[in-house]
Design a protein around this ligand. Structure first.
Ligand SMILES: Cc1ncc(COP(=O)(O)O)c(C=O)c1O
Length: 380
């Protein structure tokens, strides 16, 4: 604990009275830029209704693991829709996105395998690789020439895997998924793409970055989560029947854990329906994110390499980032400081998630407050 404190890396919890991008907190309106409820669906009346109905019909929990008696019609329906939305043969729901990656990589890869992973991949992909005995080889963030070189130079007796986020969670930039697919095909590697921050927002039916029309990419495995744009909780892997069958038989976080609660599954399913009924939601979110970036730039702030609703503002120093977040909170803006090990040392930042709860007026006001506060603090 002392070491954590001395490095300015102490983390603690803050208790809030509500979820979503905007709500009352301590007698004032709080603009929450630290929520992943991108499409403002978590509190949508249609989602809540679906949750209430599921609670009535199925009760509070799934009551068993999937292989025992926990596979409900609701999971089956959700998996069919996820397969259709991602353009994959089939899908398998897990307890969370984190558990999906842990389960996938630990089950599918072994000690003779090599996993080529972007340096900024999410922690769950890193830990999934650690759980297996496969070698993990990390290539420079988004640098496909570096990946190509490593694929060429690495001897591997087993299978090669390429694993990458599609939208990177702390930088908000995008992987070149077509380029990754090309390299996977050329080197005989199996491609796994984690679309956690893209599902519901990008691509046809909200199927993710790989489903953007014109250049559909079909990785061997698409990972996603219900906990962000879908306003619920849970995760999934969409893949071939063969991989799904293998996961059912070998993925320990799937086998040895209770099935996703029906309320979560019902809310995720309803969110997917809403996204199909209102196909403009993702585009509108990206439009507002661009509006926010323009507003921040107009105030003289840089937004790193953001190409999505995730907007980082570079600070560098850990303590300065925390002090900045504290000052923003005093002014009704919740924008958490992100520090190592979540991001590389020396790259502490304020991470903003724009959501559909934020109006243009909110975003303009927030950009002004953030810029003023950054200048006062002498950060960025
Ligand atoms: C890229 C990525 N993958 C997986 C996860 C884990 O998803 P979940 O919150 O459903 O565990 C997250 C975020 O938390 C993420 O950003």
């Amino acid at each position: 604990m002392n070491a954590i404190r001395e490095k300015g890396l102490l983390r603690s919890l803050r208790s809030l009275p509500a979820t979503g991008g905007k709500f009352q907190w301590q007698d004032r309106e709080l603009l929450n830029f630290s929520s992943n409820d991108y499409l403002d669906l978590a509190n949508d009346e249609r989602l809540k209704q679906a949750g209430r109905e599921a609670l009535e019909r199925w009760g509070g929990g799934a009551t068993a693991s999937r292989l025992m008696s926990g596979t409900l019609d609701l999971h089956t329906e959700l998996e069919a829709r996820l397969a259709a939305v991602t353009g994959q043969e089939t899908a398998l729901v897990f307890g969370s996105g984190f558990l999906t990656n842990l389960g996938l990589l630990s089950a599918l890869t072994g000690k003779d395998d090599a996993i080529f992973a972007d340096k900024l991949n999410h922690a769950s992909l890193v830990d999934g690789a650690r759980f297996s005995e496969a070698r993990m080889i990390r290539y420079h963030h988004l640098k496909l020439d570096n990946l190509e070189k490593m694929l060429r130079e690495t001897e591997c007796a087993g299978r090669r895997w390429i694993a990458s986020d599609s939208i990177f969670s702390m930088d908000g930039d995008l992987a070149d998924v077509a380029g990754l697919q090309r390299l996977a095909q050329a080197s005989g590697a199996t491609l796994l793409l984690d679309e956690a921050h893209a599902v519901g927002i990008l691509g046809e039916r909200g199927g993710g970055l790989c489903r953007i029309s014109g250049q559909p990419v079909v990785p061997a495995i698409t990972v996603g989560t219900f906990s962000k744009a879908l306003g619920s909780y849970g995760g999934f892997a969409a893949c071939s029947h063969e991989i799904r069958d293998f996961l059912i038989n070998r993925a320990r976080p799937f086998i040895y854990s209770t099935a996703l609660p029906p309320v979560c599954a019902a809310c995720a399913l309803r969110a997917l329906q809403i996204i199909e009924e209102e196909p403009g939601l993702g585009a509108e979110l990206l439009r507002r994110a661009e509006f926010m970036k323009d507003a921040l730039r107009a105030q003289g702030l840089e937004v790193m390499s953001s190409a999505s609703q995730i907007i980082p503002i570079f600070v560098g120093d850990n303590e300065q980032a925390v002090a900045l977040a504290d000052r923003l909170l005093d002014q009704g803006i919740l924008a958490t400081a992100i520090r190592p090990p979540t991001v590389p040392p020396g790259t502490a930042r304020i991470r903003l998630s724009v959501t559909l709860a934020h109006s243009e007026q909110d975003l303009s006001r927030a950009a002004e407050v953030i810029a003023k506060t950054v200048k006062q603090a002498g950060a960025a």
